[in-house]
Design a protein around this ligand. Structure first.
Ligand code: ZN
Length: 321
């Protein structure tokens, strides 16, 4: 008992020393202040603005983006920034609340507004949050506008559109830096086009067209872009990822039917569903990083969207091969 207490105290001290309460992660640049919410926005802003901006990532690394609640300091940061570069959509309703409360308003750019948004999809076999509520949810949906899938950045083509929109906005906010933003953007879009080409080459050389996600499915924009089909255990933003027997059975049938060599799990997954399916079918599990969220260590080491997506190129090669 005593030992446990001492351990907890040490842990708490370490957490304090490691700066877990220090506030949001910031890039090294100086100049205008860009506040971002999710990792892809942070990474794109850093790429396009370069040294001309201090970019802040509001949602702490490794934390659940869908249930984020801002601190009073976060709200002040948003109020005082030159540009709020965020995701938009249901998960960021808290942000819209802050924005609507601001007099005069601030410059905000939502990634969801930079591309053609797709409605959320509940695909065959997908386990929705509590089957019992399904009916209710459907009725509600008929009255309200459709909910959009928020994970727009998972298509590299979308990522390029988002970066170009960001570049235009930065040129307006900081005209003196226009040449820098445009050069950074051109170089980055070129890298995104190379990434897109790498995915297309994998598809040119593979026989399969179906991905099986033994996990949440936050990459609808990705499969739409490349004309892939998919089966998945849970919707992209589901908070419940506990496998039900019905979902497991459905996906195991799909693995056997399509004879796939590998199923996918996503970052920060408990991998439970993937483990069960792999044990039963003998297939492999592979990480598909949705780039939604990274660890503090990855951030400190300068992890990038491009690097994570290149990892996905390799995973895809194996799963579709
Ligand atoms: Zn999400």
């Amino acid at each position: 008992m005593k030992k446990t207490l001492v351990f907890i105290v040490i842990l708490a001290l370490c957490a304090g020393l490691c700066g877990c309460g220090k506030g949001p992660f910031e890039s090294g640049g100086e100049g205008i202040e860009i506040v971002t919410t999710v990792f892809p926005a942070y990474d794109f802003a850093r790429e396009i603005a370069g040294e001309r901006a201090k970019v802040t990532l509001l949602v702490p690394p490794g934390s659940e983006a869908h249930s984020f609640e801002p601190t009073p300091q976060d709200i002040i940061r948003v109020q005082n920034c030159d540009l709020l570069f965020c995701n938009g959509g249901e998960s960021e309703a808290w942000l819209e609340e802050i924005l609507s409360g601001l007099e005069g308003g601030i410059s905000a750019l939502r990634m969801l507004d930079c591309v053609e948004a797709l409605a959320e999809e509940l695909k065959e076999g997908m386990q929705s949050a509590g089957e019992a509520h399904e009916h209710e949810a459907h009725e509600e949906h008929e009255e309200h506008e459709p909910e959009y899938d928020e994970h727009v950045w998972t298509s590299p083509v979308n990522a390029a559109l988002i970066c170009q929109a960001l570049c235009r906005r930065l040129c307006e906010i900081d005209p003196a830096g226009a040449a820098v933003y445009e050069a950074n953007c051109a170089a980055y879009v070129k890298a995104l086009e190379d990434l897109d080409g790498a995915f297309r080459r994998v598809l040119d050389h593979s026989v399969r067209r179906t991905l099986i996600f033994a996990d949440r499915f936050p990459v609808r924009y990705f499969v739409e872009e490349y004309g892939l089909d998919y089966f998945a255990a849970f919707p992209g933003c589901a908070d419940d990822a506990e496998p039900s027997a019905k979902t497991v059975a459905f996906l195991i049938d799909r693995v056997r039917e399509e004879n796939v060599p590998a199923v996918f799990y996503i970052e920060f997954s408990n991998e439970k569903m993937a483990n069960i399916i792999c044990e039963d079918t003998g297939c492999k599990k592979l990480l598909f990083h949705s780039c939604h969220n990274v660890t503090a260590r990855q951030l400190q080491n300068g992890v990038s969207y491009l690097e994570l997506m290149r990892g996905n190129v390799e995973s895809l090669k194996e799963a579709l091969g």
